[in-house]
Ligand binder design. Sequence first.
Ligand code: SF4
Length: 58
Amino acid sequence: MAKCQKILCSVGSCIYNEFSENLCTLDAIQVSAAAKSDSGAPYDETLCASYKTRDIKE
Ligand code: SF4
Protein backbone atom coordinates (compact mmCIF):
# COMPACT_ATOMS: atom_id res chain seq x y z
CA MET A 1 0.00 0.00 0.00
CA ALA A 2 1.65 3.22 -1.16
CA LYS A 3 -0.58 5.68 0.67
CA CYS A 4 -0.45 6.25 4.39
CA GLN A 5 -3.96 6.83 5.68
CA LYS A 6 -5.05 8.76 8.75
CA ILE A 7 -7.79 7.53 11.02
CA LEU A 8 -10.05 10.45 11.91
CA CYS A 9 -11.98 9.76 15.10
CA SER A 10 -13.78 11.85 17.70
CA VAL A 11 -14.29 9.19 20.38
CA GLY A 12 -12.77 11.08 23.29
CA SER A 13 -13.33 8.27 25.79
CA CYS A 14 -10.86 6.01 23.92
CA ILE A 15 -7.30 5.83 25.23
CA TYR A 16 -5.97 5.97 21.63
CA ASN A 17 -7.85 9.18 20.73
CA GLU A 18 -6.22 12.59 20.34
CA PHE A 19 -9.42 14.57 20.73
CA SER A 20 -7.98 18.03 20.03
CA GLU A 21 -6.81 16.80 16.61
CA ASN A 22 -9.76 14.48 15.88
CA LEU A 23 -7.28 11.64 15.38
CA CYS A 24 -6.71 8.02 16.31
CA THR A 25 -3.08 7.48 17.30
CA LEU A 26 -2.96 3.85 16.14
CA ASP A 27 -1.42 2.92 12.76
CA ALA A 28 -4.35 0.61 12.02
CA ILE A 29 -7.64 -0.35 13.64
CA GLN A 30 -10.00 -3.30 13.49
CA VAL A 31 -13.59 -2.51 12.47
CA SER A 32 -16.10 -5.22 13.22
CA ALA A 33 -19.83 -5.75 13.39
CA ALA A 34 -21.64 -5.81 16.71
CA ALA A 35 -23.17 -9.06 17.92
CA LYS A 36 -26.52 -8.04 16.42
CA SER A 37 -25.20 -7.35 12.92
CA ASP A 38 -28.11 -7.99 10.54
CA SER A 39 -29.76 -4.56 10.68
CA GLY A 40 -27.72 -2.83 7.97
CA ALA A 41 -27.38 0.19 10.26
CA PRO A 42 -23.89 1.70 10.60
CA TYR A 43 -24.01 1.63 14.40
CA ASP A 44 -24.61 -2.14 14.32
CA GLU A 45 -22.36 -3.09 11.40
CA THR A 46 -19.24 -0.95 11.91
CA LEU A 47 -17.88 -0.73 15.44
CA CYS A 48 -14.25 0.02 16.23
CA ALA A 49 -13.00 -3.18 17.85
CA SER A 50 -9.70 -1.51 18.77
CA TYR A 51 -11.46 0.83 21.23
CA LYS A 52 -10.07 0.85 24.74
CA THR A 53 -11.64 2.96 27.47
CA ARG A 54 -9.66 5.59 29.34
CA ASP A 55 -11.62 4.70 32.48
CA ILE A 56 -10.49 1.83 34.62
CA LYS A 57 -13.58 -0.33 35.13
CA GLU A 58 -13.67 -2.78 37.99
S1 SF4 B 1 -9.07 2.86 18.55
FE1 SF4 B 1 -11.01 3.22 17.48
S2 SF4 B 1 -12.29 4.38 18.92
FE2 SF4 B 1 -10.17 4.50 19.62
S3 SF4 B 1 -9.37 6.40 18.75
FE3 SF4 B 1 -8.86 4.72 17.34
S4 SF4 B 1 -10.53 4.67 15.84
FE4 SF4 B 1 -11.23 5.87 17.62
